[in-house]
Ligand binder design. Structure first.
Ligand code: UT7
Length: 320
C-alpha cells in the first residue's frame, strides 16, 4: 500500500504583478523575462499571510477529497517563508480547518518541500502509524525578495497548494532524495534573528547564483528521474506526466530533451505564477486535477529541486 492523492487544493493571492510592473523597479523587460524564464506574471501576497494561504489550499483539498477535517491524522506543511517561527504553520492550519486529531509539523526543504512531505507521509503510512494525511506547501517569497535585485526579483511568486493522502494505493513506490550541503552557498537567505539593530542587509533576502542553480538542475534532475524509474522498475514510457518544480521553462525543456521525452509530458504553469518554491508542484497538480487532465491509473513522476541543495522525486499513481 502507499499514499494515494484523494484531493487537491490551491490558493494564489489576489494581487498579480506582470513583467512590465517589474521593469518599473529594475532594469529588465518583458521580452527578456519571458525568453529566459517563461514567466509572464506572478501572484504577490499583499494582504495574505503564508498560513492563511496554506489553510485556504488545505480547505479546498479537503473539499475536493470529500474528507472531513477530523479524519486527518497528520499535517505536514512545507515552507521556507512562514511569518511564524512558532507555532509551526501546520499547527496553524490544524486550528484553521479544525483537524483536531492531527499530528502537525513543518519541514523546510525549499523547492523539494512538497515532494519530501509526500515521501514522509508515505513512510508514516508504510510504518503503519497513520493512514490519512494532509500535505501543504505555502510560500510568501515576495517577503524575502530584494526588489532591487533583477537576478532574483523577476523569478519568484507567492501561493500555496495542498493534497489529502490516504493509504489506499495498491502499489508501493520508493522515493529518491539527495542533498548537497557543500553547494548550499548557491541559494541562501539569512534568518533575520541575528539582525543587529539597523543592520538589515542583502544577506537577509534571497541571494542566488542563477547559473549555478541552472547547471545543477539540468544535470541532477534527469539523473534523479532515471534513478526513481530504475528503483521502481518503471519504464519511461509508463510515465504519463512529469510534474516538476516550476523554476524556469528552459530547465524543464532541457530535462525533457535529456530524457528524450516530448515537452508536453512536462506541464507548466510558471508563466502565471513564477517560481513559488515548494508550492509550485501542488499548484500545478491542482490545476491539472481541476482541468480533468489526470486519468485514474496514470503514473505521475514528481520532482523537486532547489536550495540546500536538495532534490527529490517519486511516483504517484493517480487515483481520483
Ligand atoms: O527554485 C530554484 C531557484 N532558482 C532557479 O531555478 C534559478 C535558475 N537559474 C535561472 O533561471 C537563470 O540563471 C536566470 C533566469 C536567473 C538568469 O538567466 P541566465 O540565462 O542564466 O542569465 P545570465 O545570468 O547568464 O545573464 C545573461 C545576461 C547578462 O548580460 P551580459 O553579461 O550577457 O551582457 C545579464 O547581465 O542577461 C543580463 N541579465 C538581465 N537582463 C535583463 C541578468 N538578469 C537580467 C534581467 N533582465 N532580469
Amino acid at each position: 500500500m502507499s499514499a494515494a492523492i484523494c484531493g487537491t487544493g490551491s490558493y494564489a493571492p489576489d494581487y498579480i504583478m506582470d513583467n512590465n510592473r517589474i521593469a518599473e523597479l529594475v532594469e529588465t523587460n518583458d521580452d527578456w523575462i519571458k525568453e529566459r524564464t517563461g514567466i509572464r506574471k506572478r501572484h504577490i501576497a499583499k494582504t495574505e499571510t503564508t498560513t492563511f494561504m496554506a489553510s485556504e489550499a488545505a480547505k479546498r483539498a479537503l473539499e475536493n477529497a470529500g474528507a472531513e477535517p477530523e479524519e486527518i491524522e497528520l499535517i505536514i506543511v512545507a515552507t521556507l517563508s512562514s511569518e511564524l517561527i512558532v507555532p509551526c504553520s501546520a499547527c496553524e492550519v490544524q486550528r484553521e480547518i479544525g483537524a483536531k486529531n492531527a499530528a502537525c509539523f513543518d519541514i523546510n526543504a525549499a523547492c523539494s518541500g512538497f515532494v519530501i512531505a509526500y515521501n514522509m507521509a508515505d513512510a508514516f503510512f508504510a510504518a503503519g502509524q497513520y493512514s490519512t494525511a494532509l500535505i501543504v506547501a505555502a510560500e510568501s517569497l515576495s517577503k524575502l525578495t530584494d526588489w532591487t535585485d533583477r537576478n532574483t526579483c523577476i523569478l519568484f511568486g507567492d501561493g500555496a497548494g495542498a493534497a489529502v493522502l490516504k493509504n489506499t494505493s495498491d502499489r508501493h513506490y520508493n522515493s529518491v532524495t539527495h542533498s548537497d550541503g557543500g553547494k548550499g552557498w548557491a541559494l541562501t537567505c539569512k534568518n533575520r534573528l541575528d539582525l543587529e539593530e539597523g543592520r538589515f542587509s542583502r544577506e537577509h533576502y534571497i541571494d542566488m547564483n542563477g547559473q549555478e542553480i541552472f547547471k545543477f538542475a539540468v544535470r541532477r534532475v534527469p539523473e534523479l528521474i532515471r534513478e526513481v524509474l530504475q528503483k521502481n522498475k518503471v519504464e519511461q514510457e509508463e510515465i504519463a506526466w512529469y510534474v516538476m518544480h516550476q523554476a524556469n521553462c528552459r530547465i524543464l525543456e532541457a530535462v525533457a530533451r535529456h530524457l528524450g521525452e516530448p515537452a508536453m509530458k512536462f506541464p507548466m504553469n510558471l508563466q502565471h505564477y513564477g517560481n513559488t518554491s515548494s508550492a509550485s508542484i501542488p499548484l500545478l497538480l491542482d490545476e491539472m486535477n481541476r482541468k480533468g487532465m489526470l486519468k485514474k491509473g496514470e503514473k505521475i513522476l514528481m520532482a523537486g529541486f532547489g536550495a540546500g541543495l536538495t532534490w527529490s522525486g517519486n511516483i504517484v499513481e493517480w487515483s481520483i
